[in-house]
Ligand binder design. Structure first.
Ligand code: IMP
Length: 428
């Protein structure tokens, strides 16, 4: 059986849970391959709500093995906090597997993330303050701490010492902060080692063997295409690879084992943090999308910026990720809007541009060219086939599909798992 990749097409918070829910019991392994506790998802099981940031979404599915891949950065306090919170509610996280090669968010990196942002003032990225950027920077700088380092005290001590040798200079001399004691950091990290040890495996090998044995593996991205460190609008991005290519490096499965790439796309746009957002609305329509769509960050509680659907972005995501299926979410949020604008292209320096502009400057200056579609007033949450949707709504979906570079396989018409129209099986 195949590996399936699931990505967000926009700036995150597209509602990936809808796709994971629909794949449900057909999936044997769910792998988180990038990011850390900067993400956030809420899982509802039998009416009970679970808010998770780091644990993979498969953690509560009975027949599924949740895996944290090598591409993830792990805050161990958060990891065990989430596990304990589940256990306190009678749930078990005993099946969780963690890659020996995943990097650990050391306490100095959370501090650095926060002080750097504060110091940057108006130049800030608007990060979640969870230490994500500095930890990935350490990985690339080859001074990162990996999960496996916790099982060799001498190696851990040497690595923390080497990292702090640099970081303490930055903390004390640039940010006027107290230098950190290497021994205290080592002890803190070691305090998790015994509990972590039984979960740790060579996850690339595990997943290869699972695929050979005919299992289905879902590789689920944190964040989304426009936040990808290579393909998003740099520098207003996260520090990991949130696109389909990142799925392979982030878990050690080669592209040849991947059979499909599902992109989740919201029927309008949202973004948290700084950075360009061509269709952003600063008027009552933006407020309406935020309140009807419940657009507040799961991790930071920040109100999300909101805007109309941006077709060049979906088209770009389809190209970058090789999308085979789109899951269109939150269509119901648009109900009651008389005419719905969709960005079909941009204008930059008086010229029409049909794709995402090549340079940061042009993207920042891009203003949307809208086409407007007639809306609908009927409640669509009960629709289960395309024909159940009002005519104008069908036309809106057809137009988005035409502009967005891949077929729409699922349409979300409400938050619940069954509030969906399935046009094509996601496990084709
Ligand atoms: P970082 O990932 O904390 O470094 O933040 C970098 C950018 O990515 C900021 O604009 C964040 O708001 C954004 N970001 C990070 N994680 C998520 C997410 O799960 N959803 C939406 N935006 C995110």
């Amino acid at each position: 059986m195949p590996a399936i990749i699931l990505v967000g097409a926009q700036w995150g918070d597209e509602g990936k849970g809808k796709a994971t829910d629909l794949l449900g019991s057909s999936v044997d392994y769910v792998v988180k391959f990038n990011g850390g506790n900067n993400a956030g998802h809420t899982i509802v099981i039998n009416g009970e709500k679970f808010a998770l940031h780091l644990l993979p979404s498969g953690i509560l599915s009975e027949n599924c093995v949740p895996v944290i891949g090598n591409g993830v950065v792990i805050d161990l306090e958060v990891l065990f906090g989430e596990i304990e919170a589940l256990e306190a509610r009678g749930r078990s996280a005993a099946k969780l597997i963690v890659s020996a090669d995943a990097h650990v968010i050391a306490p100095y990196n959370t501090t650095l993330d926060k002080v750097t942002e504060r110091f940057a003032g108006s130049r800030k990225i608007g990060t979640t303050g969870r230490g994500i950027g500095p930890t990935y920077a350490d990985k690339m700088n080859r001074i990162g701490i990996r999960v496996q380092d916790l099982f060799d005290e001498a190696i851990l001590r040497e690595k923390v010492g080497a990292a702090l040798y640099l970081k303490n200079q930055i903390l004390s001399k640039i940010y006027n902060r107290r230098a950190l004691d290497a021994e205290a950091v080592v002890s803190e990290l070691l305090s998790y080692a015994d509990r972590l040890r039984p979960m740790v495996l060579d996850t690339s090998l595990l997943l290869h063997e699972a695929l050979d044995a005919g299992k289905t593996v879902l590789l689920e991205a944190g964040q989304a295409t426009m936040l990808d460190v290579d393909h998003g609008n740099y520098p207003y991005v996260t520090s990991s690879s949130a696109t389909a290519g990142g799925a392979c490096t982030g878990c050690g499965i080669p592209p040849t084992r991947v059979s499909s790439v599902i992109a989740v796309v919201k029927a309008y746009s949202t973004r948290v943090g700084e950075g360009p957002f061509p269709t952003e609305l600063h008027d009552e329509w933006g407020e309406r999308l935020r309140s009807v769509g419940g657009e507040y960050g799961t991790t930071t509680g920040r109100p999300r910026r909101t805007g109309w659907y941006d077709a060049p972005i979906s088209r770009y995501a389809a190209r970058i990720n090789g999308v085979t299926d789109i899951v269109l979410t939150k269509l119901d949020v648009l109900t009651g809007i008389e005419s719905i604008p969709v960005c079909v292209a941009y204008e930059v320096d008086g010229q029409r541009v049909d794709e995402i502009p090549m340079t940061q400057r042009d993207f920042a200056l891009a203003t949307p060219i809208y086409e407007t579609f007639p809306g609908w007033t009927e409640d669509i949450s009960q629709a289960r086939t395309l024909a159940d949707l009002p005519e104008n709504c069908q036309a809106y979906v057809a137009a988005l599909e035409k502009m967005s570079g891949a077929r729409i396989s699922v349409i979300g018409v409400g938050p619940a798992r069954d509030e969906s129209i399935v046009l094509h099986d996601l496990l084709h």
